[in-house]
Design a protein. Structure first.
Length: 314
């Protein structure tokens, strides 16, 4: 079983010998070649071969800059037996909802550039994060209703058409505390978007801390799941959590090493056999102090799950 990882796995100051995430960014800016060489060399020693690029400094522009060109990047990957499977597109969740319409041309241009890059290196899926909700009962109260969802769905359809022209599939990521994670919210956006242009990247850990059942959600949208982040979580995060710039860090206490949380990966893997997956399992383990060990353990867990399924069907 070929396995990949989201590069957020490497987003830990301890791994880099620094004290903060800001210092990680400064390291990458100071010597991008050394920074990216460390990432690729570390991953190459784990047997995990696929890569999902993410936000800076772990994004496609930073990787290309580090090695001087896409051609050089492709060679560095090939030398280590690695390949880029997918990339995360962060623009939508970093631009306020109220500014989406004004920024539409900019967003579509960025989507086209990201898709063109992915296509050129063999990537298949552009994973999109949607904006965060506002804090529960904060004023003015925000509702994820048709009025909020329809304009965003229209934009997502257009984004999907842009990526399709490059042979890349747009997939929405289920991110806790966003407008796209609670099961009903996923159902809403799946209804409003065109299945020919917009697919789904399931993240069971985020669905779990949002209070949903990843297996039931997968069953409802099986035909649209083109990728899954293999990530575990303990259980429900309180609805009253303050949603601010620290929200992603606030998620981490609810995440667990894969296989040590409440996600039923065996059931998910059984159902995924009928999904139109574009890539293999993508391990996503936020901020690992020892990513090499975590990736080896994660790949072993995934292989055990699939070995068990094959044994059950024999």
């Amino acid at each position: 079983m070929k396995t990949g990882t989201d590069l957020i796995t490497f987003y830990n100051p301890e791994f880099w010998g620094v004290n903060s995430e800001d210092e990680i960014a400064r390291l990458a800016e100071k010597d991008p070649f050394v920074f990216w060489t460390k990432i690729l060399d570390t991953q190459a020693g784990t047997g995990v071969s696929g890569i999902e690029l993410t936000f800076p400094p772990f994004d496609w522009k930073s990787a290309t800059k580090a090695f001087g060109s896409k051609k050089n990047l492709a060679q560095e990957l090939k030398n280590r037996g690695l390949s880029i499977w997918s990339s995360f597109f962060a623009d939508l969740d970093r631009i306020p909802l109220s500014e989406h319409r004004a920024a539409e041309e900019q967003i579509l241009t960025s989507v086209a550039e990201a898709a063109e890059f992915l296509s050129s290196v063999g990537g298949k899926v552009l994973v999109v994060g949607l904006p965060c909700r506002t804090t529960w009962l904060s004023e003015p109260v925000q509702f994820v209703d048709m009025a909020l969802a329809q304009p965003m769905a229209d934009l997502l359809n257009r984004m999907g058409a842009v990526t399709a022209r490059s042979g890349v599939t747009l997939a929405l990521h289920t991110e806790a505390n966003s407008v796209f994670c609670a099961p009903r919210d996923v159902d809403l956006f799946m209804l409003l978007t065109d299945p020919r242009y917009v697919s789904l990247c399931l993240d069971p850990a985020h669905i779990t801390i949002e209070g949903g059942d990843p297996v039931k959600l997968l069953e409802r949208h099986l035909e649209r799941v083109v990728a899954m982040h293999w990530k575990d979580a303990s259980g429900l995060m309180p609805i009253s959590v303050e949603i601010n710039e620290t929200i992603y860090a606030q998620h981490r206490p609810y995440f667990r090493p894969i296989g040590q949380g409440s996600v039923n990966f065996a059931e998910l893997a059984t159902r995924l056999k009928k999904s139109p997956l574009k890539c293999g399992p993508i391990l996503e383990m936020d901020s690992c102090a020892n990513p090499e060990e975590a990736l080896k353990d994660g790949a072993q867990f995934i292989n055990t799950i699939y070995d068990g399924l094959e044994g059950a069907s024999a």
